[in-house]
Write a protein that binds this ligand. Structure first.
Ligand code: 6PG
Length: 222
């Protein structure tokens, strides 16, 4: 993809350092220009180390607004929720006001949670920075290859995700692309095949994320 810049790093620690710097720089710039910073968090395991670094960083936390790219429909405190991971590693340790953290209420099921979140996203757009991961099959957020998504929607209810749990809520490709910056964090040698397919121009979900500015992809084999 011409619109992507690849950063092939040695380890997941290097990815976390680079991502943390990028996020803090984006925050400073957004806050200087418009007084607030709107960040969309990624799920999965790849961003964990980045979140732990952010938790120790200095920032103007009172001006940060937090959103989620996708969430798994599990009970509120379930350890496999993306929001529970982000809270444990990052949000619990910084002074972002709770009213500025927009968790997807996925415990109410995909339909209700989607209805709720689409208003939140519509009000938030454009985001300042979107963080994303990628699965072995080229999925990102909960946009999976082979599933049908209604292109009119800003947020989709997912009922048959191939990655458990089956029920999920995800911001659409259009919503995730409506951001000043998008960065991907991709860890693991098991992602190499999908990376090749993405680079060769295959129509994978990751390739549907097309913001106006170049995408930065930070990747490491372990
Ligand atoms: C989720 C995700 C998903 C994830 C990728 C990569 O809820 O599972 O948001 O899109 O980011 O599957 O996950 P890993 O980083 O764990 O490989």
């Amino acid at each position: 993809q011409e619109n992507s810049r690849w950063h092939i790093l040695d380890t997941s620690d290097d990815v976390a350092k680079a991502a943390c710097q990028r996020i803090l720089a984006a925050a400073e710039q957004a806050i200087a220009e418009q007084g607030i910073f709107k960040l969309v968090l990624a799920g999965g395991s790849a961003p964990e180390k980045t979140y732990r670094l952010l938790a120790k960083a200095q920032a103007d936390w009172g001006k940060w607004f937090i959103y989620y790219g996708d969430e798994r429909c599990l009970s509120e405190e379930h350890k496999n929720r993306n929001s529970v991971m982000a809270t444990r590693t990052f949000l619990a340790h910084v002074a972002i006001p709770e009213s500025q953290i927009f968790t997807i209420p996925a415990e109410f099921g995909p339909k209700l949670a989607t209805e709720f979140y689409q208003n939140i996203v519509a009000d938030a757009l454009p985001f300042d920075m979107v963080l994303l991961g990628m699965g072995e099959d080229g999925h990102t957020a909960s946009l999976f290859p082979g599933l049908q998504y209604n292109q009119d929607e800003l947020v989709h209810a997912v009922h048959n995700s191939p990655k458990p749990p089956a029920e999920r809520v995800t911001i659409s490709a259009r919503g995730l692309s409506t951001s000043h910056e998008v960065i991907f964090l991709i860890i693991g040698s098991n992602k190499e095949d999908a990376i090749k397919r993405w680079k060769s121009g295959e129509n994978l979900p990751v390739a549907c994320i097309q913001p106006e500015t170049p995408i930065d992809i930070y990747t490491a084999g372990e």
